[in-house]
Design a protein around this ligand. Structure first.
Ligand SMILES: [Zn+2]
Length: 452
């Protein structure tokens, strides 16, 4: 029995699909205006684990993900610049080229981490017609009103607007989210369609029954998810930052339009910090998967590191922790590389593992079962059978352990050897700061330095 924490009911529940064994899942995808960093990617690895666990439980998955390439403003309160237009200026590209470039960076990062993305990602700009249709329904049902700046959803007309977030509307009014949009009736109202500014040509804009403009950010996910999965479907995922506004608004506009319950299970992933701090440009700590690879790590060591923290807990990333994860993964590979052909597995550990992953995706527990198997007295053939089965969820390429270890045994070039000697001299002279600089240089060249 698979149990998942459902943000909507605020508790852990047994997972029961609408139409078993079929399961429909929608994941909010990236806004492709900048690099996806390791905090973003943690979420997609989390989704990947969820999907692998569902498959392990013999469910038949239809997974849908969108790419936001229009309409996402820098502020969630429908003010500020369009993220895409802003990114285009920053990188000196057209919005369309920008979208392509960062979608590729996102896909590459996922591929490196063994995240299986849906084959066809849905682009918001390919479904403008569907979004307009949905707004028309909301207009007919009198959930909308017009301001100078666009068409808005009147949240006071939707009962249970705060059911997902559990927020108190009174606190919201007093809170920091009061950014003035002229003509907005309630603080929580949100744009369905925004008009293009007069006398200004946007790179992305479309005709609509209300005038030339572009869709609000939230409407795309309702329009595309319902088109792909139906008006009521099983699971919707996203980051915890989506709960209060984006997903709350998705529920309001979808249920207002259809009169049906929209999604049965809401799964939300927690954040990642770096050295205990929020990632930010000014701190220079917004690392990407590319940075991890450049420093000489196996990207799957990052996946291993992610698995060590439960998805609903905040995770703190440090380079030391990544090194420890790399060491653990290498040890695991060394063990696995010594295995013979798999035969019958270790039944009681397989049961324990299944219980862990089915308990709201408890991957830290599942990893500990991996090490229990290795430490057990089972023959290597049985261990192999069991660990390869686990790897369907872990996604650590354990079957390739031998080849991976072989390819890691690189020849150490002369320059690196020379740097190592220089570092030794500095360390003996207790000039640690300079020695560390050389160490970093060596790491940048793709090697690790371990003092034993
Ligand atoms: Zn979304």
């Amino acid at each position: 029995m698979l149990k998942l924490y459902n943000t909507l009911s605020h508790q852990t529940e047994e997972f029961k699909p609408i139409n078993p064994p079929h399961v429909g899942i929608y994941s909010c995808g990236p806004t492709v205006y900048d690099y996806q960093h390791i905090g973003h990617i943690r979420r997609y690895v989390g989704d990947d684990i969820l999907i692998r666990v569902l498959k392990f439980n013999k469910f038949d998955i239809k997974h849908v993900m969108n790419i936001t390439d229009v309409g996402h403003l820098t502020s969630d309160a429908d003010t500020g610049e369009d993220k895409m237009e802003k990114g285009a200026k920053k990188f000196g590209k057209s919005v369309w080229d920008l979208a392509k470039m960062f979608e590729n960076q996102f896909k590459d990062s996922c591929r490196e981490l063994n995240v299986e993305l849906p084959k066809d990602l849905m682009h918001a700009t390919d479904y403008i017609k569907e979004q307009i249709e949905l707004i028309k329904i909301l207009e007919e049902k009198k959930f909308t009103y017009k301001t100078k700046d666009g068409i808005y959803f009147d949240t006071s007309k939707f009962k249970d607007y705060f059911k997902l977030s559990g927020q108190n509307p009174k606190e919201l009014k007093a809170g920091a989210r009061v950014e003035v949009v002229e003509g907005k009736r309630n603080v929580s109202d949100f744009a369905l369609w925004k008009f293009s500014p007069q006398n200004e040509k946007r790179q992305m804009e479309w005709e609509s029954p209300w005038g030339v403009g572009f869709p609000g950010w939230h409407i795309e996910c309702s329009a595309m998810s319902m088109k792909a999965l139906g008006e009521n479907f099983d699971i919707h995922t996203g980051g915890i930052d989506h709960i209060n506004i984006h997903h709350t608004n998705e529920i309001a506009q979808s249920e207002a339009a259809t009169g049906k319950s929209f999604v049965n299970y809401w799964v939300h992933h927690n954040f990642l910090t770096v050295d205990g701090q929020k990632m930010s440009k000014s701190l220079g700590n917004t690392y990407t998967v590319g940075d991890v690879i450049k420093k000489g790590f196996d990207p799957l060591a990052l996946r291993y590191l992610y698995l060590q923290t439960h998805y609903r807990q905040e995770m703190n990333f440090t380079w030391e922790a990544l090194e420890a994860a790399q060491t653990a993964l290498n040890r695991l590979r060394k063990e696995v590389a010594s295995f013979d052909e798999p035969k019958i597995g270790c039944a009681e550990y397989e049961k324990e593992f299944l219980e862990a992953v089915n308990d709201d995706l408890n991957m830290p527990k599942a990893l500990s079962v991996v090490w229990e198997v290795l430490a057990s007295s089972y023959p290597k053939t049985a261990k192999a059978e069991t660990l390869f089965k686990f790897d369907e969820i872990l996604g650590l390429n354990l079957k390739d352990s031998r080849q991976i270890l072989e390819s890691q045994k690189k020849e150490i070039p002369k320059e690196v050897k020379k740097l190592l000697e220089e570092r030794e001299v500095l360390r003996k002279a207790k000039k640690y700061e300079e020695a560390d600089k050389i160490r970093n240089k060596i790491i940048e060249m793709g090697f690790k330095v371990e003092d034993r």
